[in-house]
Each structure stands twice: as structure tokens, then as C-alpha cells.
Write a protein that binds this ligand. Structure first.
Ligand SMILES: [Zn+2]
Length: 395
């Protein structure tokens, strides 16, 4: 039964009582009650059962006895009787202790409409409880299955991302619409399914259309994992009290910088991120960025703007960026590597071949430099020559 629901007047609390606590049907030394005529009577375990005409004893599950109060009561009416019933009587709900007439009172109550209805309500409630239990059991099986599926999917994502391996790439379908190159993530899922019954069931159960393997789910899981990792890091930072900022921007897929240029924009972004992470910028004790003027500018660069807010946030030129500049300058000073040919080609094929490759690579036309037009057209000429050569050599 769902929380707050009632069934024939029984609340969830009373339902829990039935399930957790046994009915009061003690076999004890029942105390006597002395009547005015001097006679004394008491309750007896004899009343717990009813003798049918066939001679069989049937238990009266509804009849209970409270040792503390020395009273009998009807548990079924207490829990399930309809309080709105026009002829509702609360004597068997509250207490009965007239032991002299207990036998006739039991017979009368047992055949009353109120009691019969309460028994029906109880019977229906118990049936409903059984159905609920079965449904709950099914839910538990389902929940455990999907938890196991998610565990495996998350582990695959974590193992791929830990090695900086892309989950997807150049997937494409063959003529029959099947993925001929499913990508790293799905390939691992298929591999696991060969040995693991849960993943095998996931892939092969045709009734189940939800597989939770789509790129959207992968991205959602990556987001969830990233945010929980971020939260853990933030907890660490908060425990350490002080922190420093290290920031750099990168180009997106369209080769556009992901951050709007301008010291003010950088400042806005930095303070927003710190705020979103629940950190206090006043606890910042260090800043490290690349050497761009917009960042390290002495008068209005990002570092100055942060320093205006938190004077103790010292700035240093990021050591990793510094090292990169050193390596870059060292390479530039070497004529063999820093030549007109592309650097990767020089390293891979040697300078002579690299220059040949450079000639055939198409160049951008610069509208202000006439010389670039010659370089662009010359590359086309080289390509055409090579094609011609290939054509003749095939013949
Ligand atoms: Zn009753």
C-alpha cells in the first residue's frame, strides 16, 4: 500500500502494525472480575476458537485480549471497520470486559454487519498486500538488472576516457543498415556481451527496445561522471581552504576560441565558475595563465582584475606555458626543423620530401598579398602535373 493510502479505513501505520506485530492472543492467568452478586468471571483462551457443528475448532483471528488493560477487543473492527457506517458501534473497538456475558457478546458481534464488512475489508487488504509484494519483487529484479547494466556501461566509459580514447568516431552503416564500424564504446559493449550474461541479455532481448547505449546516453553519463568528479574535487578544495586558479582556453571544432576575448569576459567567466562551484574567491591565493596580454596585462589584464578583488591572489606566468615557449623557441632556432616546409612533414619525411609536399598542399588566398595567389595556383599546377604523370604511368 502506498504511503498515505487507506483501504477500508486502515492507514499505512495500522497496516505496518499488522505486519510487524502479532495479534494479542495471550494464554495467561486471566484475572477474575467480581460482580455485585458476589460471583466472579474471567476471560478464557476458550473464546479464541469457535466450535463448528461438525465438531471442528476454527480460530477466531479477530478476537484479542489486552493483558495490560484486562479487556477483550476486535482487532479486525479496530483496523478495518467503517467509521462512517450508520450503526457503527465502538464497544468492540475500544474494550469489552463484561466476562459474565462475553460468550453472547462474541456471538452477537460476530454476526453483526459492521464486523462482517470489516472482515471483508481485511481480506481484500491482505489480497492487495500479496499483489503489492509480487509487484515489488518484480520491481526489485528489474532495478537490480538495470543497475548492473549501468555499472557495466559506466565502467566501459571510465576505462575508455581514462586512456583519452574517444568513445565514438567515424561510425558508418553498411548497405543493410548495420553498423560496420561501431566505434570504441559499442565495440567494447559487444565484446563484453560475448562473455557477460547481463550485457548479452541487453543486446539480444528483442522485446526490450531501451538499450541505453545511444550517443545521448553516453554524453549524459559522461556529464554525470564529470560533475560528480568535479564535486569531489571541490569538496577537497573546500577542506583545504585556500586554492589557486589555472586557466587556459581552447579552440572548438570550428577552430573558434571557446571563450570570448577580452579581459572583462575572462574575469566574468572566472568569477562565474568559482561561484558555480561553490568556492569563495576570497580564499584564492594564486593565479597562473599563459602570457597573453589580455590575461597578464599589468593594468587591466585578468590577473589584475582578480587581484583587485583578492589582493593576496599572486600571479605567476604558468610554468607549463613557459616551458612550451622555450621548446617552441628552441625548435625555431633549428633551421632544419624550422624551415618553410611543414614541421610534421620535415620530421616524418626529411626536409627534401617535405618541401615537395608543401608545394602540392593547397594554400589559402590572402586578399592583401598578391604573392600568395601565385603560391596557391602553383600548388594546383603541381597537383595537375602529378595527376598527369600518374595517368601516363598507368598506361
Ligand atoms: Zn469486529
Amino acid at each position: 500500500m502506498a504511503y498515505g493510502q487507506t483501504w477500508g479505513g486502515v492507514t499505512e501505520f495500522k497496516g505496518t502494525c499488522i505486519q510487524l506485530y502479532p495479534s494479542d492472543r495471550p494464554d495467561t492467568d486471566f484475572p477474575y472480575k467480581i460482580y455485585e452478586d458476589g460471583k466472579s468471571f474471567r476471560f478464557s483462551t476458550f473464546f479464541y476458537t469457535i466450535k463448528l457443528k461438525s465438531g471442528i475448532n476454527v480460530p477466531r483471528f479477530w478476537l484479542c485480549y489486552s493483558v495490560g488493560w484486562n479487556v477483550a477487543y476486535c482487532e479486525t473492527c479496530w483496523l478495518f471497520a467503517n467509521r462512517q457506517y450508520a450503526y457503527y458501534q465502538d464497544s468492540w473497538v475500544n474494550r469489552i470486559n463484561d466476562w459474565r456475558h462475553i460468550s453472547s457478546k462474541i456471538d452477537k458481534h460476530e454476526s453483526s454487519v459492521q464486523h462482517i464488512d470489516a472482515r471483508k475489508n481485511r481480506s481484500n487488504w491482505e489480497k492487495n498486500l500479496t499483489i503489492d509484494k509480487n509487484v515489488e519483487h518484480q520491481y526489485t529484479i528489474e532495478i537490480n538488472y538495470w543497475r548492473n547494466v549501468l555499472k557495466r556501461i559506466i565502467k566501459i566509459i571510465l576505462s575508455l576516457t581514462a586512456g583519452n580514447t574517444a568513445l565514438r568516431g567515424h561510425e558508418h552503416k553498411d548497405n543493410q543498415g548495420k553498423l560496420s564500424s561501431p566505434g570504441n564504446f559499442l565495440q567494447l559493449v559487444y565484446l563484453l556481451a560475448e562473455f557477460d550474461p547481463i550485457m548479452s541479455e541487453l543486446l539480444n532481448d528483442e522485446k526490450n527496445k531501451n538499450k541505453y547505449l545511444s550517443w545521448k546516453i553516453q554524453n549524459e553519463l559522461i556529464d554525470i561522471l564529470a560533475s560528480s568528479t568535479r564535486n569531489l574535487l571541490c569538496e577537497d578544495i573546500k577542506r583545504s581552504k585556500w586554492f589557486s586558479i589555472n586557466m587556459d582556453s581552447t579552440l572548438d571544432i570550428t577552430k573558434t576560441d571557446q571563450v570570448k576575448h577580452g579581459a572583462k569576459n575572462y574575469e566574468q567567466l572566472t568569477t562565474n565558475v568559482i561561484l558555480e562551484l561553490g568556492l569563495d574567491i576570497n580564499m584564492c591565493r594564486g593565479q597562473g595563465y599563459d602570457g597573453a596580454a589580455v590575461i597578464n596585462g599589468f593594468y587591466s589584464g585578468l590577473q589584475k582584475r582578480i587581484k583587485d578583488k583578492v589582493p593576496t591572489a599572486s600571479y605567476i606566468h604558468c610554468c607549463a606555458h613557459n616551458l612550451n615557449l622555450v621548446v617552441s623557441d628552441a625548435v625555431k632556432s633549428n633551421q632544419k626543423v624550422h624551415s618553410r616546409a611543414p614541421r610534421w612533414a620535415t620530421l616524418a619525411f626529411g626536409e627534401g620530401n617535405a618541401n615537395k609536399i608543401k608545394q602540392t598542399v593547397l594554400k589559402k588566398v590572402c586578399s592583401t598579398r598578391w604573392e600568395s595567389r601565385h603560391v596557391s595556383v602553383y600548388a594546383l599546377k603541381c597537383k595537375k602535373r602529378r595527376k598527369k604523370y600518374c595517368k601516363y604511368s598507368k598506361k
